[in-house]
Design a protein around this ligand. Structure first.
Ligand SMILES: [Zn+2]
Length: 326
């Protein structure tokens, strides 16, 4: 039990090799115990050895057939394995955990990190494994933290995609009621200033809404992305933009290789985005959700713009119990 718990805490700290070692000791001590195999599966998932991870989760299920965690583990590893084989790289970055976390030496960044932790935004690094080119979707909160991740993963940043104009997705000064944070969130404008060749991709309806909170934004480098706009990161990695108004007039989702949907604040696990903020429209949201439900396969993985009770879902699940119900 000690080794199993220590393995879990190594996993939380990102020390996956140590986690694997502890899990293996736990398995040696009690080979009949499912949990040891589950821990090893989690460590292998962290080490990105997806096939071995699936094998471990299956060993866990053989000993403990009801383990819901092992089933989730298999699903997680299967998604990553499929992505790896198709040349697609997705890294889901949780703001307040993976970046913009804890206390910073700068008191301003500390206050930003505090706000970030309460907002629970997801930022996505989408890359092509062949060309090593990547884009960030809704890059903000902690510019240096994001650039560190891009570098660690070995990708070249070639673009910034915005799902919609809200400050927690592009940066800028938060409007009420978020002005209580008394911060300016770094994001799109700071990244574009830092990299003079970088382009942004924003739906035309949301472009004018960016400017008031981000006065330094170079609009000449913002590409208006209308419905069905296509961006290629390589021969095998195709991003298709879907205009899904409702949460904001220019909200857009990004469909990766027709199998993964970055849904911004349009679609969350079990619900849709807020409709009480300025510019929101209930009827447009309804049509957007209908469209997503009709156009996408049930197996399509949905990656939302905030961590509200989970990391991903599927179109099939959201049709049954979420905002894609007919
Ligand atoms: Zn929003």
């Amino acid at each position: 039990l000690l080794h199993s718990n220590r393995s879990a805490s190594h996993c939380m700290l990102g020390k996956y090799a140590d986690a694997k070692e502890d899990a293996e000791i736990a398995i040696r001590i009690r080979p009949s115990w499912g949990k040891g195999f589950y821990r090893k599966g989690e460590a292998l998932l962290g080490l990105r050895d997806y096939e071995e991870a699936i094998r471990c989760y299956e060993e866990c299920l053989e000993r403990d057939p009801t383990s819901p965690d092992a089933r989730v583990g298999i699903a997680n590893a299967a998604i990553k394995l499929e992505d790896a084989r198709s040349g697609l790289f997705i890294r889901q970055i949780l703001v307040g955990r993976d970046i913009a976390s804890g206390r910073s030496l700068s008191p301003i960044q500390s206050r930003i990190n505090e706000a970030a932790t309460s907002m629970r935004n997801f930022i996505y690094l989408i890359g092509d494994r062949d060309t090593k080119k990547c884009v960030l979707i809704d890059a903000c909160w902690d510019v240096n933290g994001l650039l560190k991740i891009v570098k660690q993963e070995g990708y070249e940043l070639v673009g910034l995609i915005v799902t919609h104009h809200h400050f927690d997705h592009v940066g800028g000064v938060p409007p009420p009621p978020y002005d209580q944070f008394r911060i300016r969130v770094p994001g799109l404008a700071s990244l574009m200033k830092k990299f003079p060749a970088l382009t942004g991709y924003v739906h035309p309806e949301d472009i004018p809404r960016l400017k008031p909170d981000n006065p330094t934004l170079p609009l000449n480098r913002i590409i208006p992305t209308s419905d069905n706009f296509v961006l290629r990161l390589g021969e095998r990695t195709i991003l298709r933009f879907l205009h899904t108004p409702g949460h904001t007039p220019g909200s857009q989702c990004v469909l990766l290789n027709e199998r993964r949907l970055i849904s911004g604040d349009t679609l969350f696990l079990g619900c849709c985005g807020r409709l009480d903020l300025p510019g929101a429209d209930r009827d447009s949201m309804w049509s957007s959700l209908q469209r997503l439900s009709e156009e996408l396969d049930a197996e399509t993985i949905i990656y939302p713009g905030h961590e509200y009770g989970g990391e991903w879902s599927t179109v099939g699940e959201e049709r049954l119990a979420g905002a894609l119900r007919p």
